[in-house]
Design a protein around this ligand. Sequence first.
Ligand SMILES: Cc1cc2nc3c(=O)[nH]c(=O)nc-3n(C[C@H](O)[C@H](O)[C@H](O)COP(=O)(O)OP(=O)(O)OC[C@H]3O[C@@H](n4cnc5c(N)ncnc54)[C@H](O)[C@@H]3O)c2cc1C
Length: 380
Amino acid sequence: MRITVLGGGPAGLYSATLLKRDNPAASVTVYEQNPRDVTWGFGVVFSDRALSFLEADDPDTYRAFAGQLETWQDITIDLLGDKTVIDGVGFAAIARLKLIQILTRRAEDVGVDLKFGSRPDTYEESLNEADLVIAADGVNSVIRGRDPEGFAASVDHLTNRFAWYGTTKTFPTLTQTFRRSDRGPFNAHHYRYAPDMSTFIVETTEDVWRNAGLDRADDEESRKICETVFADVLDGHPLISNKSIWRVFPKVWNESWYNGNTVLIGDALHTAHFSIGSGTRLAMEDAISLAKSIRENPGDLRKALQAYQDERKPIVAKLVRAAEQSAGWYEQFVAHMEMPPLDFAHGYIKRAGRMDDDKLRAAAPKFMAQYDAVKKEAAQ
Ligand SMILES: Cc1cc2nc3c(=O)[nH]c(=O)nc-3n(C[C@H](O)[C@H](O)[C@H](O)COP(=O)(O)OP(=O)(O)OC[C@H]3O[C@@H](n4cnc5c(N)ncnc54)[C@H](O)[C@@H]3O)c2cc1C
């Protein structure tokens, strides 16, 4: 069997690894446009169980991540300097580059052929000749774009603007900071992903972004504006850029997960807003499901791809709905900022529609004790 994977992000590298592991005689090639050891973004965060979903199915990869993650409990909501801690929520984070390097080594260990710095002329023939093509080429997937009807693809965009920076300032917990400035209201999602580095995603509305001149600002000007807005948080540390252009978040969905011998996976297939920190895990879980479906349907690719879609689609659809609700909260964050800090934090933690107050009392007892006490006092 010849398997061609386009895209060497988490989805492409991990699906290639599992398929080669399960089918040692297959020829599995990953074509990645970037050179080796180059990627976009900074650190990524995983909720709760971190990468424990790997433990049962792939202990080797799980072990490769051991000790590489920054972990912490709690979220801090900083509304105009008023800080509320939401306890009980556990996180783990890692540099995106480190994650890619670990997955690259795993792929090489099992015998995947990795071709970095690939241009279309280097992979077109391989795409045409493969028995199975895995489109793991991210949100702007060229493979999906060649036949959007075949995948029943839809791509929509949120309106807020965001830029993904890093900083050398480290933070004790994942923090959501909201500031008013003379350029308008801004939000930052920030967390430590290495002992000396943090992710720092700046978000604002389309109007504020334009009025602040960020639509015309170059990289250095953009960083300076954001450093000024978040000066008290950054504490003299700079923002660092890595292709940190201002973007709108794309909502990608496909009704048909495969088309002929081509299957979509990861962000090429679906996106989940970064505010629920699940895109990487979803991409890797897609890979696990795809490999399992192929293992369980030997010699029948169509049945295997249908089994992959049947198993994963309802699970992913549910998470994508939660991510959209979460993103909807951010689209309205300026209005939410009018609330008292505790109500604001309460609305924030319930934004994805997956928590009610009873669940929250179990998950975040200290925060809810504080919230319930304030509500009781107000009612008297
Ligand atoms: C601001 C932001 C913050 C995020 N934070 C988190 C987080 O905290 N936690 C989390 O889990 N997820 C997070 N995500 C989402 C996460 O980054 C993605 O869901 C994840 O990277 C998807 O993996 P992928 O392999 O499908 O796609 P990608 O990681 O995008 O990889 C696709 C690869 O394909 C390559 N490629 C594309 N086109 C071609 C081509 N034509 N030829 C060859 N190669 C090509 C690209 O170079 C890239 O390496 C965040 C996303 C954003 C935008």
